[in-house]
Design a protein around this ligand. Structure first.
Ligand code: C2E
Ligand code: CA
Ligand code: CA
Ligand code: CA
Length: 279
């Protein structure tokens, strides 16, 4: 590669190759990884701003790879969503979370609802609702303990289907969070048709805001609208004390983010809640 153009081209080619090598690795090893319990759950605490206490956690998967260490879900989730393996992984994660909740109950530990992520691919599974109900029954749990995070972008591709699934899950007593609210193209349109319990907004969506103060005004308006609609709001990606003060001032109920805690291992989460659940 001698000219600039070619340099650019070669760089592009290489990164494409790296990507497909990475993808090959993921695909070749996914089944074995699931069988060998290499997918592990990290928990990121959620806090209630009204009481300054922990009020739950989100389960986030990591691949504990013997050769490469912890691999981020951003690397393998898109691949699994593409090849369908996400359905197996998500079922495994939900099962592990229910098992954990059962253990906490049996050990008499303080108990908090844990939210799990539901991929838009899972929504196509006609047995989804039965599968999730069977899990909470298997571990004899209240559906209130397993919260379900559905990403807003799922709505765009199949509004009727998501509407149906959400309605039946809510009917069974599950709490539904609309993840990444406001980043898709149909947030408001969706809200007029679908009943959810909690809107989840990523603070980081304000970071590329070109007009100073605009993002904050929009966030404030979403929280006011949520109150009118009887919805709760959780803001994630909270990193600074200023953000916490702002969110408090607009009446946001829940927060999650590095300012409070990064996602941590189950053991560390248990230590955290045994030590102190306030901030
Ligand atoms: P998400 O559901 O929107 O999760 C939030 C992501 O933001 C997590 O990344 C979390 O670690 C990160 N985060 C939380 N607070 C902060 C903060 O203050 N600052 C910054 N910079 N980041 C923060 P993570 O764990 O890498 O997960 C990425 C995505 O992978 C998730 O986005 C979710 O879409 C997907 N994912 C993770 N676990 C699962 C799973 O078990 N099933 C499915 N289907 N998807 C999952
Ligand atoms: Ca095993
Ligand atoms: Ca989520
Ligand atoms: Ca999110």
């Amino acid at each position: 590669c001698s000219t600039n153009y070619l340099q650019h081209f070669c760089f592009y080619e290489n990164s494409m190759n790296d990507k497909s090598i990475e993808e090959q690795y993921v695909v070749n090893n996914m089944k074995e990884a699931l069988e060998n319990d290499q997918f592990i759950i990290y928990l990121q605490p959620k806090y209630d701003l009204r009481t300054n206490t922990i009020d739950g956690a989100e389960a986030l998967v990591r691949w504990n790879n013997p050769e490469q260490g912890l691999i981020s879900p951003n690397v393998f989730i898109p691949i699994f969503e593409h090849n369908g393996f996400i359905v197996n992984l998500d079922f495994y994660i939900w099962d592990q979370v229910c098992k954990l909740l059962r253990r906490w109950l049996d050990e008499g530990r303080p108990i908090y609802p844990i939210s799990v992520n539901i991929s838009r691919v899972d929504l196509f599974n006609p047995k989804l609702v039965d599968t999730i109900c069977a899990l909470v029954n298997k571990y004899n749990l209240s559906p209130k303990l397993l919260q379900l995070e559905l990403t807003e972008s799922a709505y765009t591709s199949n509004p009727q289907l998501i509407k149906k699934r959400m309605a039946s899950l809510r009917e069974k007593g599950f709490t539904i969070l609309m993840d990444d609210f406001g980043t898709g193209y149909s947030s408001l349109n969706m809200l007029k048709d679908i009943i959810v319990d909690i809107l989840k907004i990523d603070m980081r969506f304000l970071s590329d805001c070109e007009i100073p103060g605009r993002g904050e005004n929009i966030l404030g308006s979403i929280v006011r609208m949520a109150k009118w609609l009887d919805l709760l709001v959780i803001v994630e990606g909270v990193e600074t004390a200023e953000q916490v003060n702002f969110l408090r001032s607009i009446g946001c109920e829940y927060v999650q983010g590095y300012y409070f805690s990064k996602p941590i291992s189950i053991g560390d989460f248990e230590t955290l809640i045994a030590k102190k659940s306030t901030f």
